[in-house]
Design a protein around this ligand. Sequence first.
Ligand code: SF4
Ligand code: SF4
Length: 78
Amino acid sequence: MRLSHYRIDNERCRRCSRCLQVCPHNAIHISAEQSLPFIDQHRCQRCGMCFRACPASAVRRPYCLTTLREISTTGHGE
Ligand code: SF4
Ligand code: SF4
Protein backbone atom coordinates (compact mmCIF):
# COMPACT_ATOMS: atom_id res chain seq x y z
CA MET A 1 0.00 0.00 0.00
CA ARG A 2 1.47 3.36 -0.99
CA LEU A 3 0.88 6.20 1.45
CA SER A 4 1.28 9.95 1.27
CA HIS A 5 2.87 11.74 4.22
CA TYR A 6 1.84 13.40 7.43
CA ARG A 7 1.75 17.11 6.81
CA ILE A 8 0.88 20.32 8.64
CA ASP A 9 -1.90 22.64 7.59
CA ASN A 10 -0.39 26.12 7.96
CA GLU A 11 -3.80 27.75 8.03
CA ARG A 12 -4.85 25.82 11.14
CA CYS A 13 -1.53 25.79 12.96
CA ARG A 14 -1.40 27.89 16.15
CA ARG A 15 2.40 27.64 16.46
CA CYS A 16 2.16 26.01 19.88
CA SER A 17 5.12 23.66 19.18
CA ARG A 18 3.44 20.70 20.83
CA CYS A 19 4.07 18.54 17.77
CA LEU A 20 7.80 19.27 17.97
CA GLN A 21 7.85 18.25 21.61
CA VAL A 22 6.12 14.91 21.14
CA CYS A 23 7.83 13.71 17.97
CA PRO A 24 10.10 10.83 19.02
CA HIS A 25 12.12 11.00 15.80
CA ASN A 26 12.99 14.70 15.77
CA ALA A 27 11.22 14.99 12.44
CA ILE A 28 9.43 18.31 12.96
CA HIS A 29 11.24 21.60 12.57
CA ILE A 30 10.35 25.27 12.38
CA SER A 31 10.87 26.96 9.04
CA ALA A 32 13.03 30.04 9.30
CA GLU A 33 11.00 31.95 6.72
CA GLN A 34 7.50 31.42 8.08
CA SER A 35 8.04 30.36 11.70
CA LEU A 36 5.78 27.39 11.01
CA PRO A 37 6.45 23.73 11.71
CA PHE A 38 7.17 21.33 8.87
CA ILE A 39 7.75 17.60 8.81
CA ASP A 40 11.02 16.16 7.52
CA GLN A 41 9.70 13.25 5.50
CA HIS A 42 13.05 11.47 5.63
CA ARG A 43 12.88 11.27 9.42
CA CYS A 44 9.14 10.77 9.92
CA GLN A 45 8.22 7.22 10.95
CA ARG A 46 4.45 7.79 10.71
CA CYS A 47 3.84 7.10 14.37
CA GLY A 48 0.94 9.57 14.52
CA MET A 49 1.95 11.19 17.81
CA CYS A 50 1.96 14.69 16.31
CA PHE A 51 -1.52 14.11 14.93
CA ARG A 52 -2.84 13.06 18.32
CA ALA A 53 -1.07 15.87 20.20
CA CYS A 54 -2.11 18.78 18.00
CA PRO A 55 -4.83 20.89 19.68
CA ALA A 56 -5.80 22.57 16.42
CA SER A 57 -6.27 19.53 14.18
CA ALA A 58 -3.53 21.02 12.01
CA VAL A 59 -1.66 17.77 11.41
CA ARG A 60 -3.06 15.89 8.44
CA ARG A 61 -2.85 12.13 8.25
CA PRO A 62 -1.45 10.31 5.25
CA TYR A 63 -3.70 9.05 2.53
CA CYS A 64 -3.55 5.70 0.86
CA LEU A 65 -2.53 6.72 -2.66
CA THR A 66 -4.28 3.71 -4.12
CA THR A 67 -7.73 4.30 -2.67
CA LEU A 68 -7.28 7.99 -1.72
CA ARG A 69 -8.73 7.21 1.70
CA GLU A 70 -7.36 8.69 4.89
CA ILE A 71 -5.75 6.03 7.04
CA SER A 72 -6.54 5.44 10.72
CA THR A 73 -4.28 6.90 13.38
CA THR A 74 -3.37 3.92 15.47
CA GLY A 75 0.22 2.84 15.35
CA HIS A 76 2.95 2.48 12.80
CA GLY A 77 2.08 1.28 9.32
CA GLU A 78 -1.64 1.79 9.91
S1 SF4 B 1 0.81 20.95 17.53
FE1 SF4 B 1 -0.53 21.63 15.85
S2 SF4 B 1 -0.97 23.79 16.28
FE2 SF4 B 1 0.81 23.20 17.53
S3 SF4 B 1 2.61 23.79 16.27
FE3 SF4 B 1 2.14 21.62 15.82
S4 SF4 B 1 0.78 21.69 14.01
FE4 SF4 B 1 0.79 23.74 14.90
S1 SF4 C 1 4.14 10.99 12.57
FE1 SF4 C 1 5.52 10.59 14.32
S2 SF4 C 1 7.59 10.61 13.44
FE2 SF4 C 1 6.24 11.58 11.94
S3 SF4 C 1 6.39 13.76 12.40
FE3 SF4 C 1 4.59 12.97 13.52
S4 SF4 C 1 5.39 12.46 15.55
FE4 SF4 C 1 7.17 12.66 14.20
